[in-house]
Design a binder for this molecule. Structure first.
Ligand code: GLC
Ligand code: CA
Length: 554
């Protein structure tokens, strides 16, 4: 297996809107990030993944881009960006940009041209179709944010495709000019000195030319088989690699919803010449009551089965990302751990141990290193996210479910859980802003904040810091092979990693009860690399505390 810096790195994801506000308008910005670089340096991360900072009307908080080569006014200027990049580099921190090129904003100049007339030079930049008749769109596909995936446009009496909101029209990647425009833009950023791209929904860029109705679930049909891992996706990524990526020492990660381990070897195979790694969702998907909306926890055996399959099948062949949460997911500790006060810290540390000891590149989502929790939503008015707002309307206000049925599901999964402001200290608004924050601060900021945790050696923060440092000293954490133990246990997640003569045993109790465990013979008496509690591991029969985690090394 090739050794590369991006396999050895730890990534920290910043959602700029919610990270740090420097000018009191209630919205996080680039100077805010600059002011917190020393915090990130102290934590020890190697790379920042910056969620989109480009010019955008913010229908989907920056994932709807109207100019790829300008900075969103609310976030600052291109000079601020250059300063951020330089100051990050001064500290040895790389910056990976979010690349959102499955779609643009409907306010992008390409789209403004495209919709003008059928013979506009930009017409073919997007996916236009005639309706079936005056009232009906070309097919029954539903969009990810609710409603039809087609929007009627009066100027030319045709429909355009949008797999997300109607303000996010899909680009037509079959048009060579579209691809070249995207590559030119990417090259421009690479020449500026950025260190890579996180590619938004990149598995959706190629669509089939036939667009039949999809299998209907409720009102709308599924576009999946026609738009995800479409016919030319690998061809286009290879072309992108050859034209842009291969010319720079950068890192690329593809957001690839619905990817299988087989497909991952194509997207991110060691010799595939497409992307460096995939970002897959199998372990955070599934068992939905109403689509993605559910308050049910995934059984541990199922979670382990999924993660173990990814570990085994990619080893030596392709590279994966490791994450529990991001800006689209609820908070890790609330979802996979236990955010009740007596278990919050220990279970957050347990989850960190479990993830950082696996093979892949770990991602920390802002605030995860503090054990930040889900938000206690009181009413639908608390939502800011287009997906949550539309889902509530579609399923509940204008749909089949009662508020009582749907409320526990939407509050458990809403993306806004992850988007409340970063909790810096115990002053008003958690030190995020001196103004009124664009989204409410979690009321638990007085207990959970960076100031308190950086000064407490036993905090979740310091535990993450320690895990990051261990990665530098233990190549087995990065390159070792994986073997699961106790696969049928609903309480314990146990596995080994092996590299030459080095061997690690990771044991994590995912339950709020004590659990007994027999340390395998070869590890009895081995040194303890890290543990989230005070326990001794020098005899075979041990009792783990609720949410205990430890790693032994021989
Ligand atoms: C990705 C992003 C998500 C966004 C969507 C549309 O899934 O992570 O935040 O809403 O793509 O761009
Ligand atoms: Ca601001």
């Amino acid at each position: 297996m090739n050794k590369t810096w991006w396999k050895e790195a730890v990534i920290y994801q910043i959602y700029p809107r919610s990270f740090m506000d420097s000018n009191g308008d209630g919205i996080g910005d680039l100077q805010g990030i600059v002011s917190r670089l020393d915090y990130l340096k102290y934590l020890g991360i190697d790379v920042i993944w910056l969620s989109p900072v480009y010019q955008s009307p913010n229908d989907d908080n920056g994932y709807d881009i109207s100019d790829y080569q300008a900075i969103m006014d609310e976030f600052g200027t291109m000079e601020d960006f250059d300063e951020l990049l330089a100051k990050a580099h001064d500290r040895g921190i790389r910056i990976v940009m979010d690349l959102v090129v499955n779609h643009t904003s409907d306010e992008h100049k390409w789209f403004l041209e495209s919709k003008k007339s059928k013979d506009n030079p930009y017409r073919d930049y997007y996916i236009w179709r005639e309706g079936q008749n005056e009232q009906a769109p070309p097919n029954n596909w539903g969009s990810c944010f609710g409603g039809s995936a087609w929007q009627y446009d009066e100027a030319t009496s045709m429909y355009y495709l949008h797999l997300f909101s109607k303000k996010q029209p899909d680009l037509n990647w079959d048009n060579k000019e579209v691809r070249q425009s995207v590559y030119d833009m990417m090259t421009w950023w690479c020449e500026k000195g950025i260190d890579g791209f996180r590619m938004d929904v990149i598995s959706m860029i190629s669509k089939t030319s036939e667009m039949p109705d999809g299998k209907a679930e409720g009102l709308y049909g599924d576009f999946g088989p026609y738009c995800i891992h479409g016919p030319n996706v690998h061809k286009y990524l290879q072309e992108m690699n050859e034209t842009v990526l291969s010319k720079y020492d950068i890192m690329t990660v593809g957001e690839t919803a619905g990817v299988t381990t087989e497909l991952a070897k194509q997207y991110a195979g060691e010799d595939a010449r497409e992307l460096n790694m995939v970002f897959q969702f199998e372990h955070v998907e599934g068992n939905g009551k109403y689509g993605k909306w559910t308050d049910q926890k995934m059984p541990l055996t199922m979670l382990k089965k999924t993660l173990s399959r990814w570990q085994r099948e990619l080893h030596g062949k392709a590279w994966n990302s490791l994450f529990w949460d991001n800006h689209d997911q609820p908070r890790a500790v609330s979802r996979f751990g236990d955010d009740r006060p007596m278990f919050r810290e220990i279970s957050a540390k347990m989850l960190a141990t479990c993830l950082h000891m696996l093979q892949g590149t770990p991602y920390i989502y802002q605030g995860e290193e503090l054990g930040m929790t889900n938000y206690p939503f009181q009413s639908p008015d608390d939502f800011r996210d287009i997906e949550s707002i539309n889902a509530y309307s579609q399923w509940c206000a204008n749909g089949p479910l009662s508020h009582e049925e749907f409320w526990p599901c939407i509050t458990a999964k809403s993306r806004d859980n992850a988007r409340t402001p970063m909790q810096w200290d115990d002053t008003e608004n958690a030190g995020f802003t001196t103004g009124t924050p664009w989204i409410s601060v979690n009321p638990n900021y007085k207990e959970i904040n960076a100031k308190a945790e950086t000064s407490d050696p036993d905090s979740v923060f310091h535990y993450y810091k320690k895990l990051i440092a261990l990665r530098r000293e233990n190549p087995v954490m990065i390159y070792g092979s994986y073997e699961p133990l106790l696969e049928d246990s609903e309480e314990l997640f146990v596995y080994t990693r092996t590299l030459d003569l080095e061997k690690l045993l990771t044991v994590c109790n995912f339950s709020d009860k004590e659990a007994s465990f027999t340390i395998p013979y070869e590890f009895v008496g081995a040194g303890c690399l890290i543990s989230n509690t005070e326990n001794t591991y020098d005899k075979a029969e041990i009792t783990l505390r609720p949410y205990e985690a430890f790693v032994l090394k021989i």
